[in-house]
Design a protein around this ligand. Structure first.
Ligand code: HDD
Length: 736
């Protein structure tokens, strides 16, 4: 308690809370936390001392650097008296706090990001002169993944498109590849973007549902506006619920124009291919995770990077001749609702992305990063895709209200790593101290600086592309009118299990709509994709299946679109090992060792926390029955019969659940975990009596991917084989 000192008396010692350490200097800023630098007319970096831009010094201070002796008590007239307005520290602290939030992104508000390195293979050099694609060239990058619809605090595993935005800090300036995990878009013209977003966001009256597409306004729009059919179908497929950001493809979506050293041009689509393969959750799992761990994807990315399991993607391009009609094999390359099947134009790898560092400060980096599809470097140019044109306007504009003015490029995470001398001056949040008197061209007062680059090194050197003589019209080309042949190709390319998921997703989403007319219109759209898809969804909704209004397109499937049929590395996959003090602890030890050697993450789940088997080699318990849920694990192993949990819930319900299930004493949460893992087609293996738990959970011992092994190591071996295919796909019914 602080009483004001009597006049003339020495100030009393403040009541201090014991700090865990002695005062020490804060950690030094990382390179991307550095303050802005400007470049003088002679090319010398000027600007503020980077060390002064981050927090520094061991003592708490005011914003003006004055040391403080108390931050826990307002200044009052007596301990029980009124707070005094003269308390500068109180006012300054609260004022700053009041302004801590900035507007969240209007779309893609929820995201997670990481730093990394991009290494060019040199294989693109024949078609693109961008320096960062040169052989062995290393470029720092910052990548932000996101959902589209939800607010900043919404859950990660909702059904939605995911953003995949990459900032390359190249030697020639910043290049942003602002893509998604879905290669097509809802609309063909940017003028419709506010419409699709207004329809997909929560209803404006009650602001529900949060981060969901399963509601009337979304389905109203996408069924009336059938160019959205292809993107909607991808969203309803497993691509809408990725297992991890690390296991997603990324796409630049638009067709870009690459320019080589001689000025020759090639059209191209960008692809990110994850080294771990493309994997998804199943819908029930995704819904459970939204409650159990809404930060699932964010945590997964940060944990993997912290553990040194750096996620990697290869950047690839599909290339097409730059013909005047800008089509390839009859596919309009300017229509962003189209893909070009990889079987027709293979993806050629041109570089490797490795994410190897987590951000140090979420707000400074992940929140303040500002991407823009118009941040291009020499060698990469745009095409006349009308969706891209609108984007080129929107991204700069949105930052002005989101980041509070036109100087957001000076925020450390947005600062190019190439020298900047843009002659832009003043404005809100100007943090640079520019030198010189002549921020204009031409000038003689600054010696003519800054100079212009030659056409060979400069950006935004227009490639002379023919623009056909035309009238000004508000029209789309005729080729944009085909809304169903590409969705049909996607549907035909899916495996039976993937088709089942799509049917279930449409049935769920349309089932959540209240308006009967919207459900019926939804079925009419599906009829134009495939009659079987329509029939099955209609069956689920209890409605008649309508006839198609367009003849089914004669398209060949593209096997590359299916996520099944491959094996992938299992590094980083999470194995839950259920056991108890009287389980096969030697077996658990052996399994843990083998799992770690295979690069897996084995987590022991037991009735209580702490350590199992204190004598000999102890085993740390990572999860208890209270903290574990099946959704965290890619596979479950049962080393014995785990008894009831140590908490009241487990002990109380194990009695009832155990009796009912016939496995005396098995905690009901264990039974739930096993039953869920089975339903979600995860590998299950048991030994040392663990099979009784499988039976009690209703898991048939002869079901595919259910293994009763002699010992733990054999169980693990079998499970690893299954994990390489991600799930035990045979468990899903395959009627289609
Ligand atoms: Fe967009 C953000 C991707 C069309 C307007 N968009 C944003 C982000 C991604 C995409 C990944 C988040 C970037 C980040 O992490 O900060 N957007 C796409 C893709 C599109 C697309 C792949 C189609 C191919 N976007 C699109 C259109 C418009 C916008 C047609 C407007 C006409 N997008 C924006 C925006 C956002 C944005 C309003 C919100 C926050 C931001 O830009 O910085 O300007």
């Amino acid at each position: 308690m602080h009483n004001p000192p009597a006049p003339g008396a020495p100030a009393p010692e403040p009541a201090r809370v014991d700090e865990p350490t002695e005062p020490r200097e804060p950690l030094p800023p990382k390179p991307d936390q550095r303050g802005p630098e400007t470049v003088s007319p002679t090319g010398q970096p000027t600007g503020a001392d980077p060390a002064r831009m981050a927090q520094s010094g061991a003592y708490l201070t005011t914003a003006q650097g004055t040391r403080l002796y108390d931050t826990d008590h307002s200044l009052k007239a007596g301990a029980r008296g009124p707070v005094l307005l003269q308390d500068h520290h109180l006012r300054e602290k609260i004022t700053h706090f009041d302004h801590e939030r900035i507007p969240e992104r209007v779309v893609h508000a929820r995201g997670a990001a990481a730093h990394g390195i991009f290494q060019g293979y040199g294989t693109a050099s024949g078609v693109c002169r961008a320096a960062f694609l040169g052989k062995g060239v290393e470029t720092p990058v910052f990548v932000r993944f996101s959902t589209v619809l939800g607010s900043r605090g919404s859950a990660d595993t909702v059904r939605d498109t995911r953003g995949f935005a990459t900032k390359f800090y190249t030697s020639e300036g910043t290049f942003d590849l602002v893509g998604n995990n879905i290669p097509v878009f809802f609309i063909q013209d940017a003028v419709k973007f506010p419409d699709v977003v207004h329809a997909a966001k929560p209803h404006p009256d009650r602001e529900i549902p949060q981060a969901q597409s399963a509601h009337d306004t979304f389905w109203d729009f996408v069924t009336l506006h059938t160019e959205a059919t292809h993107h909607t179908l991808w969203n309803m497929s497993d691509r809408g619920i990725p297992r991890s950001y690390r296991m997603m493809e990324g796409f630049g979506v638009h067709t870009f124009r690459l320019v080589d050293a001689e000025g020759g041009t090639t059209l191209a689509k960008f692809h990110w291919k994850p080294k771990l393969g493309v994997h998804s959750l199943v819908w029930e799992e995704a819904q459970i995770i939204n409650g159990v761990d809404p930060d699932f994807h964010r945590r997964d990315l940060a944990d993997a990077i912290e553990a040194g399991a750096y996620p990697q993607w290869e950047l690839g391009v599909q290339t097409f001749p730059d013909t005047p009609d800008q089509t390839f094999e009859g596919i309009d390359l300017l229509d962003p609702t189209n893909i070009v099947p990889e079987e027709l134009a293979p993806v050629q790898p041109i570089g490797l992305l490795t994410l190897n560092a987590n951000p140090s400060n979420f707000f400074a980096e992940t929140e303040q990063v500002a991407f823009h599809p118009g941040h291009l470097v020499p060698g990469i140019d745009i095409t006349d895709d009308p969706l891209l044109a609108g984007r080129l306007f929107s991204y700069l504009d949105t930052q002005i209200s989101r980041l509070g003015g036109p100087n957001f490029a000076q925020i450390p995470i947005n600062r190019p790593h190439a020298p900047v001398n843009d002659m832009f001056r003043d404005g809100m949040h100007q943090t640079a101290v520019h030198r010189g008197v002549a921020p204009y061209r031409p000038n003689s007062l600054d010696g003519g600086c800054p100079f212009l680059a030659g056409a060979d090194t400069g950006a935004f050197v227009e490639t002379p592309v023919e623009v056909p003589a035309a009238r000004k019209v508000r029209e789309a080309p005729e080729s944009f009118a085909d809304h169903f042949s590409q969705p049909r190709r996607f549907w035909l390319s899916m495996s039976p299990a993937e088709r089942e998921h799509i049917i279930a997703a449409y049935t769920f989403e349309l089932g959540k709509c209240h308006e009967q007319a919207i459900k019926e219109r939804g079925l009419r759209v599906l009829a134009n994709i495939d009659s079987e898809l329509c029939r099955r969804v209609a069956q689920g909704l209890g409605l008649p299946a309508p006839e198609p209004t367009v003849a089914p397109a004669d398209v060949a499937p593209s096997p590359a679109l299916s996520q099944l049929g491959h094996t992938w590395p299992v590094e980083g996959r999470i194995i839950g090992i259920l056991t108890a003090a009287d389980g096969d602890l030697d077996g658990v030890r052996a399994v843990r060792r083998a799992a770690l050697e295979a690069g897996l993450v084995p987590l022991v789940i037991a009735p209580a926390g702490g350590v199992l088997d204190a004598d000999g080699e102890p085993i740390t318990v990572q999860r208890t029955f209270a903290t574990a849920r099946s959704t965290e694990f890619d596979a479950l192993l049962l080393a014995g019969v785990p008894g009831p949990g140590a908490d009241a819930y487990g002990a109380r319900d194990a009695k009832a659940g155990g009796t009912a299930a016939g496995a005396a004493g098995t905690d009901p949460r264990v039974l739930l975990m096993v039953a869920e893992a089975f339903r979600h087609a995860k590998a299950l293996a048991a030994w040392a009596g663990g099979d009784t738990v499988l039976r009690a959970a209703g898991v048939p011992a002869d079901a595919p991917g259910v293994l009763v092994a002699e010992d733990g190591e054999r169980a693990l071996g079998d499970v690893v084989g299954l994990l390489a295919r991600h799930r035990v796909w045979q468990r899903f019914p395959a009627e289609v």
